[in-house]
Design a protein around this ligand. Structure first.
Ligand code: IMP
Ligand code: MG
Length: 189
């Protein structure tokens, strides 16, 4: 596959992501079949914009009744390090009272974003809040939070593609790759 010049190494191809996502979707289905959900329906909340390709891949493999909604929570502000101060830029449009929620996220790094969003949903009356992430970077963790389901665990590298951005770009790469951060200082788009 043709690599983008900012990609040092392709970690997961589109095919690998598809296969793994289908496997995890089945696990999640089996889990929620055993739960007593309001209206027998789960609310899938995607954290934009990074969740887009993963969310689409997941939901079309998820054979279970669900409502869909989205949020924009910013924390990275375009660079490669978290600011640790998440802010809601766009809120969900669904009543959360007594709902069972599955957050769909691209990556968990420090954990600040998810901790914030989880607490926000619980404060708004959600019954349960669980987390599905495409990637988990446990070495980056600053708060105690673990995803309920994670497709892949990765080392502490800055990754791009399949929804993940550098300066809001490269989300469209059809794979997850390790960013060649040595090139960023002099990089011109
Ligand atoms: P956290 O709050 O540090 O867990 O970061 C969560 C958000 O930071 C994710 O939803 C991503 O948008 C972004 N992020 C974390 N690590 C990376 C990365 O390696 N590449 C691109 N974005 C990342
Ligand atoms: Mg994100």
């Amino acid at each position: 596959m043709q690599k983008h010049p900012l990609v040092k190494q392709i970690l997961f191809s589109r095919e690998e992501i598809k296969t793994r996502t289908a496997e995890v979707a089945k696990e999640i289905e089996d889990f929620y079949k055993t739960q007593d959900l309001k209206d027998n329906t789960l609310l899938l909340v995607g954290l934009l914009k990074g969740c887009i390709p993963f969310y689409a891949e997941f939901m079309t493999n998820f054979n279970f009744e669900c409502d869909t909604d989205f949020m924009v929570v910013s924390s990275y502000r375009g660079g490669t390090k978290t600011s640790g101060d998440p802010k809601i830029m766009l809120d969900v449009n669904t009543s959360l009272k007594d709902r069972d929620i599955l957050i769909v996220e691209d990556i968990i790094d420090s954990g600040y974003t998810l901790e914030y969003v989880k607490n926000y949903f619980l404060n708004r009356g959600a019954k349960t809040v669980r987390v599905l992430t495409l990637l988990d970077k446990p070495e980056g963790r600053q708060v105690v939070i673990t995803p309920d389901w994670s497709c892949f665990t990765i080392a502490n590298e800055f990754v791009i593609g399949f929804g993940l951005d550098y300066q809001e770009r490269l989300r469209n790469l059809p794979y997850v790759g390790i960013c060649d951060t040595s090139k960023l200082k002099d990089w011109k788009w």
